[in-house]
Design a protein around this ligand. Structure first.
Ligand SMILES: [Zn+2]
Length: 268
């Protein structure tokens, strides 16, 4: 079996909900309340992220395969640690944090998708993470999965490591899937998907990505981002990305059933 296929199937066995349950998607609208995030004229990142997140939740909740939850539903301040805590308590299967970018460079445009970094991040990603993290240290650790204490420490370490690798792998797959169905303005592939130490996506135990919808610092893009029709388009693209990701994973899971007759279990 190819190495990536082995990783894919083992990741699914660790993380995948049994197919009869709705897939729980936690949507995190960035900023809110006293924290406006990026601003341009009278536009606020915190408002745009909430509008797009609500639209995405609507798409998902109309589809019986999904159940969407928001970490905030109004213009209120929610700390980053609280957001991670909400996602963990809700036992999400996926976590998407929604943001809007800003740059000194007026011409910068297009969506960006980040997943938690394991490799050293480039300087630009580190800078963006430091802004979005709002002074919080990202830390290098990932949440540990609860395991029976009867297991020997070295066995526990191996299992935790497998979880970390699987979670990272699925996050990367989700980022690729969202890139495929992206309906907003684009950069080239090379510059769209990155790894960076954002606090929220590093502190939830489920596969997670952070999405920058576009640049508020680019006057043309700011105008688009403020429009309901563009926000709907963005939400639709995100929804399709999640659907596509789930379908690929479900079909791999079915194959796994047939080939190994294994019993996938939901461990969270
Ligand atoms: Zn932000």
């Amino acid at each position: 079996m190819k190495k990536w296929l082995l990783l894919l199937t083992s990741s699914i066995l660790l993380y995948w909900p049994t197919m009869t349950f709705a897939f729980r998607v936690i949507i995190d609208p960035g900023h809110g309340g006293r924290d406006h995030g990026a601003t341009y004229k009278n536009l606020r990142e915190s408002k745009i992220t909430l509008q797009v997140s609500k639209k995405l939740a609507n798409y998902l909740n109309k589809d019986p395969r999904f159940k969407a939850f928001l970490t905030r539903t109004r213009d209120s301040f929610v700390s980053l640690s609280k957001r991670a805590q909400i996602a963990t308590q809700l036992k999400g299967d996926l976590f998407l944090s929604i943001h809007v970018n800003a740059s000194q460079e007026k011409a910068a445009k297009g969506g960006e998708i980040y997943f938690q970094n394991q490799l050293p991040a480039d300087e630009e990603s580190m800078f963006l993470a430091s802004i979005e993290n709002n002074g919080l240290q990202h830390g290098q650790h990932l949440p540990l999965v609860p395991l029976p204490s009867s297991l020997k420490p070295d066995v526990q370490n191996i299992i935790q490591d497998l979880y970390r690798t699987s979670r990272l792998f699925l996050s990367a797959e989700l980022a690729k899937s969202i890139f495929k169905t992206w309906k907003g303005s684009r950069k080239s592939t090379k510059y769209t998907i990155h790894q960076a130490p954002f606090y929220v996506i590093s502190h939830v135990p489920m596969p997670s990505v952070l999405i920058e919808l576009g640049f508020l610092s680019n006057p043309k893009e700011a105008k688009k981002l403020s429009k309901t029709s563009y926000q709907t388009k963005l939400a639709q693209g995100l929804y399709e990305g999640i659907v596509n990701f789930k379908e690929v994973m479900d079909s791999s899971q079915k194959k796994q059933y047939i080939t190994s007759n294994a019993n996938p279990k939901k461990t969270q």
